[in-house]
Design a protein around this ligand. Structure first.
Ligand code: MRU
Length: 374
């Protein structure tokens, strides 16, 4: 088992030295990195939850193919069109690993565009592969910058909107769901990035993190990150969230997003919708934090989002399905990994380009009007 390093890193990549993914299935008890040699291993690691979280999935997929391409590049004999077809094939395959998060499909589209444009200007396969490598590698750095921007915009929004409520205590008390931190991104995080930014400004009193059943990304991963980074935190059962809100102990809820429709409807980890309903009932602001690339410009509302259903074993057995049986043998199971929170329950969307708001009590956001501005 590797020792705990000072910074949590889900994805380790250096050109020529390969790609290693932190096996998140083993956290918080073991820190083990898995070597990924090609897109096939990348697909499997995403499917099996070695790496998870919308931005991390996209970057891990892109880099798993980068490792394969790096090996091919030196011996590449074909022309540029053959290289584009090969990349398209492998990217389509990677996109099939998990359907709900838009980031992976969006990254694949961007990378394929780069390959196609290079092929128009240059006829060697090597130049297409080199362009792919550079574009995939730049995604790591771009994601960190995007998360830091989300953190800063989010900390401003939360502190400014919530501070009147927070006057009687030291800072904002934020509840979050699932894992949206360093482990779900290249670093820093989206919703957890907002919490990090509040903490670093001395404006966070407590981060409440839900267990996030059935896979427990909250207790296994978010609690681990919060303890690791010495951020004041309290773990609660998902079913305790409404009671916590009713006691006046939550100033704001901040969650991530896997896919945002043009009207602001947001797919995120199962249980997000229940939290939004509870927050609405208690008059607590409910924020979604995500890069603008989490918006699927092709869909008008959340009805069009495909929700991934995962193995019954995640419910019938402990530890995300890897542990002992805890449910009656033979019971039928419905295990959607995500749900859709309707836009009318969302106060604002915190993006890397700024805050997207809507009129008070409006049913929808005009998200597309922000896309052209970025
Ligand atoms: O099934 P997972 O663990 O990949 O789900 C992750 C989530 O739902 C996150 O909240 C979402 O991807 C946003 S991550 C910054």
């Amino acid at each position: 088992m590797a020792p705990l390093t000072s910074a949590l890193q889900a994805i380790r990549y250096t050109r020529g030295r390969g790609l290693q993914l932190l096996d998140q299935r083993k956290l918080p008890l073991e820190v083990v990195y898995i070597e990924i040699q090609d897109a096939t291993a990348g697909w499997q690691a995403i499917k099996d939850m070695v790496v998870r979280g919308a931005p991390a999935i996209a970057i891990a997929a892109a880099l798993s193919l980068a490792v394969e391409v790096e090996t091919l590049k030196s011996a590449a004999a074909g022309n540029s069109q053959e290289a584009v077809s090969f990349l398209q094939n492998r990217l389509d395959y990677l996109v099939s690993s998990r359907p709900t998060a838009v980031n992976l499909a969006d990254a694949a589209r961007t990378l394929l565009d780069v390959a196609r444009k290079t092929a128009i200007q240059n006829d060697s396969a090597t130049s297409v592969y080199e362009a792919y490598l550079e574009a995939a590698e730049s995604m790591l750095a771009a994601d960190v910058a995007s998360n830091k921007a989300i953190g800063a915009y989010g900390a401003d929004a939360l502190y400014n909107n919530v501070s009147p409520l927070a006057n009687s205590h030291q800072g904002v008390r934020v509840l979050t769901h699932c894992n949206t931190g360093s482990l779900a991104t290249s670093a820093y995080g989206t919703a957890l990035g907002v919490i990090r930014a509040l903490h670093s400004r001395g404006k966070l009193e407590t981060a409440f993190c839900t267990e996030t059943r059935p896979y427990n990304q909250g207790s296994r991963l978010t609690a681990f990150e919060l303890v690791h980074d010495k951020i004041p935190a309290v773990l609660v059962a998902d079913s305790a969230a409404a009671a916590l809100m009713s006691l006046g102990r939550v100033d704001a809820v901040v969650v991530g997003a896997d896919r945002i429709a043009a009207n602001g409807d947001t797919a995120n980890k199962i249980g997000t919708y229940s939290l939004a309903l509870s927050a609405h009932h208690h008059g607590i602001p409910f924020y979604v934090a995500a890069p603008l690339t989490s918006v699927d410009t092709a869909i008008q509302s959340g009805d069009e989002i495909v929700i991934e259903e995962r193995s019954p074993q995640e419910l019938t057995h402990s530890h995300g399905g890897q542990g002992t049986q805890i449910a009656a043998t033979g019971v039928d199971v419905w295990n959607p990994a995500f749900d859709v929170t309707p836009a009318h329950l969302i106060t604002a969307i915190i993006t890397d380009q700024g805050l997207i708001t809507k009129d008070h009590n409006a049913d929808a956001f005009d998200v597309l009007s922000h896309i052209g501005n970025s």
